[in-house]
Design a protein around this ligand. Structure first.
Ligand code: C5P
Length: 329
């Protein structure tokens, strides 16, 4: 019997611009995605019962086929029917460390880990692009979760190009435990309110994609990585480049989520008043993140926010930006 333990890091969106409508009903996007070190741990074990079981230590996480990790195992079983017949099913155990329904791709990361782990368990030898093609069938964020790091994502979010790594910075994540935002609701509301800015024909999408505003942020990321290259990097230069990145954070979905969820808007305002590089809502929310120069600054600001918002429902995490996707533990 074979078993694997995998680390499944979450992500934040440093940039999310909605370009227009796609023929498949999704939105054409330009995003800059960034892994974080905060991660779930997924244990996989071959079983000979020809079935899939899922266990999770978090009560809000479903353990049936509504869970994306479960669907990832089903996809592997149907795509590689011979291996399924040969090795049997799989028992999946998720140790949840990432906040649930948070805009941090926790479910997508778990599904990515199942694809990578079953590839190893079944000795399939799939390449990263092959794994990412399977991942795209499950959800727009799953391909990025496989490779991780810092990447520009286009199309539905599944076309990825790696850019210089940003893993010297730290981040505070803040989320109200009982607050969740539906991703389809956020995109549908954006479509309703901003349809007149959409382009939907192929040529329009290409020419609009050439005019996205993510270029400045990409340049700032590359410059920060360069300023770190000399041993240790120059502290003030890193701070200056980090601030530039903070100023250029962008998320179109804030336009619909913040007015509807004043507690999320308030959280963002409070971070904006603190000594951080920048703050933004991640994905469709409701997590708000604040970029920080180092761990000490992140811990200090997290404590200040805990003192400012006295609400037992508010949860805060401090983690480093990450450089990798799914890893074997
Ligand atoms: O791909 P995923 O399942 O993560 O998407 C969740 C929802 O987000 C979709 O059902 C859709 O409403 C919206 N979405 C979108 N365009 C994208 C990605 C997601 O409209 N590129």
């Amino acid at each position: 019997m074979k078993s694997y333990s995998l680390i499944a890091p979450g992500k934040i969106n440093l940039y999310l611009e909605i370009i227009g409508d796609r023929a498949d009903g999704f939105h054409e996007l330009v995003m800059i995605l960034q892994s974080i070190e905060l991660a779930d741990v997924i244990d996989l074990k071959s079983n000979d019962t020809q079935g899939i079981t899922l266990h999770c230590n978090h009560s809000q996480v479903p353990v049936d086929e509504t869970n994306l990790a479960y669907r990832a195992a089903q996809l592997m079983c149907t795509t590689f029917a011979d291996s399924y017949a040969n090795y049997g099913g799989v028992d999946i155990t998720i140790a949840k460390n990432l906040p649930v329904a948070a805009g941090l791709a926790g479910g997508s990361a778990d599904a990515a880990a199942v694809l990578v782990g079953m590839d190893l368990m079944w000795n399939l030898g799939l390449t990263q692009p092959e794994l990412q093609d399977l991942a795209a069938k499950l959800g727009s964020d799953v391909p990025f979760c496989i490779s991780g790091g810092t990447a520009i994502a286009t199309g539905r979010g599944e076309k990825l190009d790696l850019i210089s790594n940003l893993n010297s910075l730290w981040v505070i994540l803040a989320k109200y435990k009982n607050l969740s935002v539906s991703t389809p609701w956020a995109y549908q509301t954006y479509r309703k309110n901003y349809r007149n800015s959409y382009v939907s024909d192929v040529e329009g999408i290409i020419s609009r994609s050439d005019r996205v505003r993510s270029g400045d942020l990409m340049n700032a990321i590359v410059e920060l990585a360069r300023s770190l290259a000399p041993i240790g990097g120059a502290g003030s230069l890193v701070k200056q480049k980090g601030r530039k990145i903070g100023e250029l954070l962008y998320n179109d979905l804030e336009k619909v989520v913040l007015p509807e969820y004043p507690k999320v808007a308030e959280l963002r305002d409070i971070f904006a008043d603190k000594r951080v590089l920048g703050t933004m809502m991640s994905g469709s929310g409701p997590t708000v993140f604040a970029l920080c120069e180092n761990e000490d600054q992140a811990e200090e600001v997290a404590n200040q926010v805990r003192d400012t918002i006295v609400d037992s429902d508010l949860e805060l995490w401090v983690t480093k930006l990450g450089s990798s996707g799914i890893q074997v533990a």
